[in-house]
Ligand binder design. Structure first.
Ligand code: HEC
Ligand code: HEC
Ligand code: HEC
Ligand code: HEC
Length: 234
């Protein structure tokens, strides 16, 4: 399975749509940066979204040094007001909660409801939903997270024991990244305040990422489903 709905089937369509609808982002798609080389030149280099004009800064649409919002680290992007429909299944042991604060930062662009360009005092910037004209497609996860890997779940030794097929996050050792790498417990390398969040699998700054390119910004390779097997003993 893939952790988000429709990704594999849409891979080619996505590039085409990206190039025709988001002309500027298209340049970035073609130029995925080396894994571990940092955020410049990746899809999150905000210079790519300025559509002519703008500040020429890499971090500005997500962070600023002053007058920022309390929702995240020196956070400068407009938040989403969405309440999310959560993943659920009869075999889940964990209680799935609303996405944690770090995941909400991602969702402020990726749920498709807020303008990508709505940073600082700016409003009315195009949302990913507007750009693609659809939800649950491409990079637009939507506000229905039922078809995405659950986030906002506390993952500890108690859950591992209850489930019987999850590694103990407090003792299992994992290496994230390649060119730049870090080894430590699952809890210290992949969990955010003890929870599975978007940043468990993705490194938005393209530092602890793997693969020939920074495509998908993954912390562990999906080859042989290694990413999944860090946590799931299957
Ligand atoms: C597309 C949005 C985005 C851009 C652009 C971005 N960041 Fe971040 N940054 C985040 C998010 C989301 C978090 C919190 C969650 C996480 O770390 O994954 C974060 C966390 C941080 C943190 C605190 C946690 C840590 O990792 O140390 C620092 C410092 C930081 N960013 C610096 C920067 C700098 C410097 C730049 C520009 C060179 C930058 N970021 C560009 C989204 C962004
Ligand atoms: C300020 C808006 C913004 C924020 C915040 C943001 N993103 Fe993105 N992200 C984008 C845009 C724009 C793209 C390119 C979309 C496209 O063309 O498909 C993108 C692309 C991606 C991709 C696809 C990269 C690829 O190579 O295909 C991933 C994965 C991703 N984001 C994860 C995250 C995660 C995880 C966070 C939070 C830690 C986050 N994003 C925060 C705007 C944002
Ligand atoms: C359990 C790991 C995991 C978690 C948690 C996770 N992702 Fe992903 N994500 C992936 C993988 C793996 C891919 C690569 C494409 C695929 O295999 O579906 C991906 C792909 C993506 C893409 C690119 C999709 C596309 O079609 O191009 C975006 C954007 C993204 N993730 C954002 C997020 C956001 C936002 C969150 C939190 C709400 C999140 N991810 C949580 C593993 C995860
Ligand atoms: C950082 C740890 C982590 C990673 C990486 C991870 N998962 Fe999970 N996943 C969890 C936890 C914790 C749960 C909650 C399990 C439970 O409560 O039964 C979960 C839940 C799930 C569920 C729902 C189980 C159910 O009973 O409905 C599926 C399916 C799943 N993960 C598949 C994957 C796949 C596929 C990957 C790789 C793309 C992956 N996971 C990567 C930690 C992780």
């Amino acid at each position: 399975m893939t952790p988000h709905a429709g990704d594999a089937a849409n891979a080619t369509k996505r590039l085409v749509a990206t190039c025709s609808v988001l002309l500027v982002l298209c340049v970035n798609v073609a130029n995925a940066q080396a894994a571990g080389s940092g955020i410049a030149g990746t899809m999150h280099d905000t210079r790519a979204w300025e559509f002519g004009g703008g500040t020429g800064e890499v971090c500005i649409m997500c962070h600023a040094p002053h007058n920022v919002k309390p929702t995240g680290p020196l956070w400068n992007h407009a938040p989403s007001a969405a309440t999310y429909t959560l993943y659920g299944s009869s075999t889940m042991d964990a209680a799935v909660g609303q996405p944690g604060s770090s995941s909400k930062l991602c969702l402020s662009c990726h749920d498709g409801t807020v303008g990508i360009l709505d940073y600082a005092a700016n409003t009315g910037g195009m949302s990913l939903g507007d750009a693609y004209g659809c939800v649950d497609c491409f990079s637009v996860l939507g506000t229905n997270l039922k078809n995405d890997h659950p986030v906002g779940i506390t993952y500890d030794a108690v859950l591992a024991t209850a489930d019987g097929q999850l590694a103990n996050p407090e003792t299992k050792t994992v290496t994230i990244g390649a060119t730049m790498s870090r080894t430590g417990t699952l809890a210290s390398t992949m969990l955010v305040s003890g929870k599975v969040e978007c940043a468990s699998c993705h490194d938005v700054h393209n530092r602890y990422t793997v693969g020939a390119s920074s495509r998908y910004l993954l912390k562990v390779s999906t080859t042989g489903s290694a990413l999944c097997l860090q946590c799931h003993a299957k």
